[in-house]
Design a protein around this ligand. Structure first.
Ligand SMILES: NC(=O)c1ccc[n+]([C@@H]2O[C@H](COP(=O)([O-])OP(=O)(O)OC[C@H]3O[C@@H](n4cnc5c(N)ncnc54)[C@H](OP(=O)(O)O)[C@@H]3O)[C@@H](O)[C@H]2O)c1
Length: 272
Protein backbone atom coordinates (compact mmCIF):
# COMPACT_ATOMS: atom_id res chain seq x y z
CA UNK A 1 0.00 0.00 0.00
CA UNK A 2 2.82 2.38 0.87
CA UNK A 3 4.54 1.79 -2.48
CA UNK A 4 1.28 2.44 -4.35
CA UNK A 5 0.75 5.74 -2.51
CA UNK A 6 4.33 6.84 -3.15
CA UNK A 7 4.11 6.00 -6.88
CA UNK A 8 0.91 7.99 -7.29
CA UNK A 9 2.44 11.04 -5.63
CA UNK A 10 5.55 10.71 -7.78
CA UNK A 11 3.44 10.42 -10.94
CA UNK A 12 1.65 13.61 -9.88
CA UNK A 13 5.01 15.37 -9.66
CA UNK A 14 5.28 15.53 -5.86
CA UNK A 15 8.66 15.17 -4.16
CA UNK A 16 8.64 11.96 -2.10
CA UNK A 17 11.15 10.62 0.42
CA UNK A 18 10.50 7.04 1.57
CA UNK A 19 11.62 4.69 4.30
CA UNK A 20 10.68 1.03 4.84
CA UNK A 21 12.04 -1.35 7.49
CA UNK A 22 13.03 -3.88 4.80
CA UNK A 23 15.05 -1.67 2.49
CA UNK A 24 14.68 -3.96 -0.53
CA UNK A 25 10.92 -3.32 -0.65
CA UNK A 26 11.39 0.47 -0.86
CA UNK A 27 14.37 0.44 -3.21
CA UNK A 28 12.40 0.03 -6.49
CA UNK A 29 10.72 3.38 -5.75
CA UNK A 30 14.02 5.07 -6.62
CA UNK A 31 13.29 4.23 -10.29
CA UNK A 32 10.05 6.19 -9.96
CA UNK A 33 11.90 9.22 -8.61
CA UNK A 34 11.63 8.76 -4.83
CA UNK A 35 14.50 9.53 -2.50
CA UNK A 36 14.91 6.19 -0.71
CA UNK A 37 16.18 6.76 2.83
CA UNK A 38 18.05 4.50 5.23
CA UNK A 39 16.32 5.70 8.39
CA UNK A 40 12.96 7.25 9.35
CA UNK A 41 14.80 10.40 10.49
CA UNK A 42 16.41 10.78 7.07
CA UNK A 43 13.02 10.36 5.40
CA UNK A 44 11.42 13.23 7.33
CA UNK A 45 14.36 15.64 7.03
CA UNK A 46 13.13 18.98 5.67
CA UNK A 47 9.58 17.86 4.86
CA UNK A 48 6.34 19.62 5.87
CA UNK A 49 4.17 16.47 5.67
CA UNK A 50 4.75 12.90 6.85
CA UNK A 51 2.55 9.98 5.79
CA UNK A 52 2.65 6.62 7.58
CA UNK A 53 1.40 3.42 5.93
CA UNK A 54 2.58 0.45 8.01
CA UNK A 55 1.10 -2.71 9.47
CA UNK A 56 -0.20 -1.58 12.87
CA UNK A 57 -0.03 1.08 15.59
CA UNK A 58 3.12 -0.47 17.09
CA UNK A 59 5.01 -0.21 13.80
CA UNK A 60 3.76 3.34 13.20
CA UNK A 61 4.63 4.56 16.71
CA UNK A 62 8.12 3.06 16.44
CA UNK A 63 8.74 4.73 13.08
CA UNK A 64 7.50 8.15 14.23
CA UNK A 65 9.54 8.01 17.43
CA UNK A 66 12.65 7.18 15.37
CA UNK A 67 11.78 9.78 12.74
CA UNK A 68 11.16 12.60 15.25
CA UNK A 69 9.61 14.99 12.69
CA UNK A 70 10.01 18.71 13.41
CA UNK A 71 7.31 20.31 15.58
CA UNK A 72 4.43 21.62 13.45
CA UNK A 73 4.84 18.90 10.80
CA UNK A 74 1.56 17.59 9.36
CA UNK A 75 1.29 13.82 10.05
CA UNK A 76 -1.26 11.95 7.96
CA UNK A 77 -1.61 8.46 9.42
CA UNK A 78 -3.16 6.10 6.84
CA UNK A 79 -2.55 2.62 8.35
CA UNK A 80 -5.45 0.71 9.95
CA UNK A 81 -4.73 0.98 13.67
CA UNK A 82 -8.13 0.72 15.40
CA UNK A 83 -9.65 2.96 18.05
CA UNK A 84 -7.06 2.52 20.81
CA UNK A 85 -4.27 2.67 18.23
CA UNK A 86 -5.51 5.98 16.83
CA UNK A 87 -5.76 7.38 20.38
CA UNK A 88 -2.21 6.27 21.15
CA UNK A 89 -0.86 7.86 17.95
CA UNK A 90 -2.81 11.09 18.55
CA UNK A 91 -1.22 11.27 22.02
CA UNK A 92 2.23 10.70 20.50
CA UNK A 93 1.55 13.50 18.01
CA UNK A 94 0.43 15.84 20.82
CA UNK A 95 3.59 15.09 22.85
CA UNK A 96 5.71 15.99 19.84
CA UNK A 97 3.67 18.96 18.66
CA UNK A 98 2.77 17.30 15.34
CA UNK A 99 -0.50 18.09 13.53
CA UNK A 100 -2.21 14.69 13.53
CA UNK A 101 -4.71 13.57 10.91
CA UNK A 102 -6.18 10.11 11.37
CA UNK A 103 -6.75 8.96 7.77
CA UNK A 104 -7.21 5.22 7.22
CA UNK A 105 -8.05 4.22 3.67
CA UNK A 106 -10.75 2.09 2.08
CA UNK A 107 -9.74 0.03 -0.94
CA UNK A 108 -7.27 -2.76 -1.65
CA UNK A 109 -4.15 -3.02 -3.77
CA UNK A 110 -5.77 -2.27 -7.12
CA UNK A 111 -7.56 0.95 -6.09
CA UNK A 112 -4.38 1.97 -4.29
CA UNK A 113 -2.39 1.50 -7.50
CA UNK A 114 -5.04 3.30 -9.54
CA UNK A 115 -5.25 6.21 -7.08
CA UNK A 116 -8.92 5.56 -6.38
CA UNK A 117 -8.91 4.89 -2.64
CA UNK A 118 -11.40 6.47 -0.24
CA UNK A 119 -9.64 8.30 2.58
CA UNK A 120 -11.50 8.52 5.92
CA UNK A 121 -9.83 11.69 7.17
CA UNK A 122 -10.32 13.23 10.59
CA UNK A 123 -8.35 15.95 12.30
CA UNK A 124 -8.16 19.72 12.79
CA UNK A 125 -10.27 21.64 10.23
CA UNK A 126 -7.39 24.07 9.58
CA UNK A 127 -5.51 21.39 7.63
CA UNK A 128 -8.49 20.01 5.71
CA UNK A 129 -7.48 21.79 2.46
CA UNK A 130 -3.89 20.54 2.72
CA UNK A 131 -5.02 16.97 3.36
CA UNK A 132 -7.50 17.04 0.47
CA UNK A 133 -4.81 18.36 -1.88
CA UNK A 134 -2.38 15.71 -0.63
CA UNK A 135 -4.92 12.96 -1.25
CA UNK A 136 -5.80 14.09 -4.79
CA UNK A 137 -3.37 11.68 -6.52
CA UNK A 138 -4.18 8.70 -4.28
CA UNK A 139 -7.92 8.90 -3.74
CA UNK A 140 -11.19 9.13 -5.62
CA UNK A 141 -12.85 10.42 -2.45
CA UNK A 142 -11.80 12.06 0.77
CA UNK A 143 -14.44 11.93 3.49
CA UNK A 144 -13.72 14.63 6.10
CA UNK A 145 -15.18 13.24 9.30
CA UNK A 146 -14.38 15.74 12.04
CA UNK A 147 -12.30 15.19 15.17
CA UNK A 148 -9.21 12.94 14.87
CA UNK A 149 -10.09 9.32 15.53
CA UNK A 150 -13.45 9.34 13.75
CA UNK A 151 -11.79 7.97 10.61
CA UNK A 152 -10.41 4.96 12.48
CA UNK A 153 -13.79 4.35 14.12
CA UNK A 154 -15.62 4.31 10.80
CA UNK A 155 -12.88 2.19 9.26
CA UNK A 156 -13.39 -0.46 11.99
CA UNK A 157 -17.12 -0.51 11.29
CA UNK A 158 -16.29 -1.24 7.67
CA UNK A 159 -13.71 -3.87 8.65
CA UNK A 160 -16.33 -5.59 10.78
CA UNK A 161 -18.78 -5.73 7.86
CA UNK A 162 -16.13 -6.82 5.37
CA UNK A 163 -14.40 -9.48 7.47
CA UNK A 164 -17.65 -11.03 8.62
CA UNK A 165 -18.97 -11.01 5.02
CA UNK A 166 -15.88 -12.79 3.67
CA UNK A 167 -15.96 -15.39 6.45
CA UNK A 168 -19.72 -15.84 5.89
CA UNK A 169 -19.11 -16.33 2.16
CA UNK A 170 -16.57 -19.04 3.01
CA UNK A 171 -18.97 -20.71 5.37
CA UNK A 172 -21.85 -20.72 2.82
CA UNK A 173 -19.61 -22.24 0.15
CA UNK A 174 -18.17 -24.83 2.54
CA UNK A 175 -21.64 -25.70 3.80
CA UNK A 176 -22.89 -26.22 0.25
CA UNK A 177 -19.90 -28.46 -0.42
CA UNK A 178 -20.43 -30.35 2.84
CA UNK A 179 -24.10 -30.88 2.08
CA UNK A 180 -23.29 -32.24 -1.36
CA UNK A 181 -24.59 -29.18 -3.23
CA UNK A 182 -22.47 -27.52 -5.94
CA UNK A 183 -21.06 -24.40 -4.15
CA UNK A 184 -21.38 -22.40 -7.40
CA UNK A 185 -25.16 -22.82 -7.13
CA UNK A 186 -25.09 -20.59 -4.05
CA UNK A 187 -23.31 -17.81 -5.95
CA UNK A 188 -25.68 -18.21 -8.89
CA UNK A 189 -28.68 -18.13 -6.56
CA UNK A 190 -27.80 -14.80 -4.96
CA UNK A 191 -26.67 -13.14 -8.19
CA UNK A 192 -28.53 -9.93 -8.97
CA UNK A 193 -30.93 -10.25 -6.02
CA UNK A 194 -31.14 -8.46 -2.67
CA UNK A 195 -28.81 -11.03 -1.03
CA UNK A 196 -26.03 -10.40 -3.55
CA UNK A 197 -22.78 -8.53 -3.04
CA UNK A 198 -19.90 -8.19 -5.50
CA UNK A 199 -17.50 -9.33 -2.78
CA UNK A 200 -19.21 -12.72 -2.51
CA UNK A 201 -18.34 -13.40 -6.16
CA UNK A 202 -14.86 -11.85 -5.96
CA UNK A 203 -13.75 -13.67 -2.82
CA UNK A 204 -16.03 -16.69 -3.33
CA UNK A 205 -14.56 -17.20 -6.80
CA UNK A 206 -11.06 -17.21 -5.31
CA UNK A 207 -12.18 -19.68 -2.63
CA UNK A 208 -13.62 -22.10 -5.18
CA UNK A 209 -10.53 -21.79 -7.39
CA UNK A 210 -8.27 -22.27 -4.36
CA UNK A 211 -6.18 -19.37 -5.66
CA UNK A 212 -5.53 -16.40 -3.47
CA UNK A 213 -3.56 -13.65 -5.25
CA UNK A 214 -3.16 -11.01 -2.56
CA UNK A 215 -5.41 -7.96 -2.71
CA UNK A 216 -5.62 -7.73 1.09
CA UNK A 217 -3.38 -10.07 3.08
CA UNK A 218 -4.93 -12.55 5.48
CA UNK A 219 -2.67 -11.52 8.36
CA UNK A 220 -3.94 -7.96 7.93
CA UNK A 221 -7.53 -9.20 8.03
CA UNK A 222 -6.78 -11.15 11.23
CA UNK A 223 -5.25 -8.00 12.75
CA UNK A 224 -8.24 -5.89 11.73
CA UNK A 225 -10.76 -8.35 13.15
CA UNK A 226 -8.86 -8.35 16.45
CA UNK A 227 -9.07 -4.53 16.44
CA UNK A 228 -12.83 -4.75 15.87
CA UNK A 229 -13.27 -7.21 18.74
CA UNK A 230 -11.24 -4.97 21.09
CA UNK A 231 -13.13 -1.80 20.12
CA UNK A 232 -16.53 -3.52 20.31
CA UNK A 233 -15.70 -4.88 23.76
CA UNK A 234 -14.70 -1.41 24.98
CA UNK A 235 -17.94 -0.01 23.55
CA UNK A 236 -20.09 -2.66 25.25
CA UNK A 237 -21.08 -4.27 21.94
CA UNK A 238 -21.28 -8.05 21.68
CA UNK A 239 -18.43 -9.06 19.36
CA UNK A 240 -18.88 -12.84 19.40
CA UNK A 241 -19.62 -12.96 15.66
CA UNK A 242 -16.45 -11.06 14.81
CA UNK A 243 -14.46 -13.03 17.38
CA UNK A 244 -15.39 -16.25 15.58
CA UNK A 245 -14.36 -14.74 12.23
CA UNK A 246 -11.13 -13.44 13.77
CA UNK A 247 -10.29 -16.96 14.96
CA UNK A 248 -10.89 -18.36 11.48
CA UNK A 249 -8.62 -15.72 9.90
CA UNK A 250 -5.96 -16.45 12.53
CA UNK A 251 -6.24 -20.22 11.96
CA UNK A 252 -5.85 -19.82 8.19
CA UNK A 253 -2.83 -17.54 8.76
CA UNK A 254 -1.28 -20.12 11.10
CA UNK A 255 -2.00 -22.74 8.42
CA UNK A 256 0.52 -21.07 6.11
CA UNK A 257 -1.70 -18.53 4.33
CA UNK A 258 -0.69 -15.36 6.22
CA UNK A 259 0.55 -13.56 3.10
CA UNK A 260 -2.23 -14.88 0.84
CA UNK A 261 -5.40 -12.94 0.19
CA UNK A 262 -8.01 -12.82 2.97
CA UNK A 263 -10.18 -15.15 0.85
CA UNK A 264 -7.81 -17.90 2.06
CA UNK A 265 -9.87 -17.89 5.27
CA UNK A 266 -11.73 -20.57 3.33
CA UNK A 267 -8.83 -22.92 4.04
CA UNK A 268 -9.82 -22.86 7.73
CA UNK A 269 -13.49 -23.51 6.95
CA UNK A 270 -13.73 -25.85 3.97
CA UNK A 271 -14.56 -29.53 4.08
CA UNK A 272 -11.52 -31.68 4.86
N1 LIG B 1 -3.67 -4.12 1.48
C1 LIG B 1 -4.88 -3.60 1.56
O1 LIG B 1 -5.76 -3.94 0.76
C2 LIG B 1 -5.21 -2.57 2.59
C3 LIG B 1 -6.40 -1.84 2.43
C4 LIG B 1 -6.72 -0.86 3.36
C5 LIG B 1 -5.91 -0.67 4.46
N2 LIG B 1 -4.78 -1.42 4.61
C6 LIG B 1 -3.94 -1.17 5.78
O2 LIG B 1 -2.74 -0.57 5.34
C7 LIG B 1 -1.65 -0.95 6.19
C8 LIG B 1 -0.54 -1.57 5.35
O3 LIG B 1 -1.05 -2.73 4.72
P1 LIG B 1 -0.29 -3.49 3.53
O4 LIG B 1 -1.33 -4.28 2.84
O5 LIG B 1 0.57 -2.55 2.78
O6 LIG B 1 0.61 -4.48 4.39
P2 LIG B 1 2.04 -5.14 4.05
O7 LIG B 1 2.24 -5.22 2.58
O8 LIG B 1 2.10 -6.33 4.91
O9 LIG B 1 3.04 -4.04 4.58
C9 LIG B 1 3.19 -3.80 5.94
C10 LIG B 1 4.21 -2.72 6.13
O10 LIG B 1 4.41 -2.52 7.53
C11 LIG B 1 5.80 -2.65 7.80
N3 LIG B 1 5.99 -3.14 9.15
C12 LIG B 1 5.39 -4.21 9.73
N4 LIG B 1 5.80 -4.33 11.00
C13 LIG B 1 6.69 -3.33 11.21
C14 LIG B 1 7.45 -2.92 12.32
N5 LIG B 1 7.36 -3.57 13.51
N6 LIG B 1 8.25 -1.85 12.20
C15 LIG B 1 8.34 -1.18 11.02
N7 LIG B 1 7.63 -1.52 9.92
C16 LIG B 1 6.81 -2.56 10.03
C17 LIG B 1 6.31 -3.60 6.74
O11 LIG B 1 7.71 -3.50 6.63
P3 LIG B 1 8.57 -4.72 6.02
O12 LIG B 1 8.50 -4.54 4.54
O13 LIG B 1 9.91 -4.52 6.60
O14 LIG B 1 7.92 -6.01 6.49
C18 LIG B 1 5.57 -3.05 5.53
O15 LIG B 1 6.14 -1.86 5.07
C19 LIG B 1 -2.24 -1.91 7.22
O16 LIG B 1 -2.57 -1.19 8.38
C20 LIG B 1 -3.50 -2.42 6.52
O17 LIG B 1 -4.47 -2.88 7.44
C21 LIG B 1 -4.41 -2.34 3.69
Amino acid sequence: MGSALARNWLRAGRAVRVWNRTASRAKPLADDGAVVCGTPAEAVAGVDTVVTMLFDAEAVAGAIIDAAPAPGTLWVQTSTVGVAGAQRLAALAAERDLVFVDAPVVGTRQPAEQGTLTVLASGPDEVRGRVEALCGPIAARVRWLGAAGTGSRLKLVLNSWLGNAVAATGQALALADGLGVQPRLFLELIEGGPLDMAYAHLKGGAMLAGEYPTAFPLNGAAKNMALVVAAAGDAGVDASLTAAARDLFAAAADGGHAEADMAAVYEAIRVR
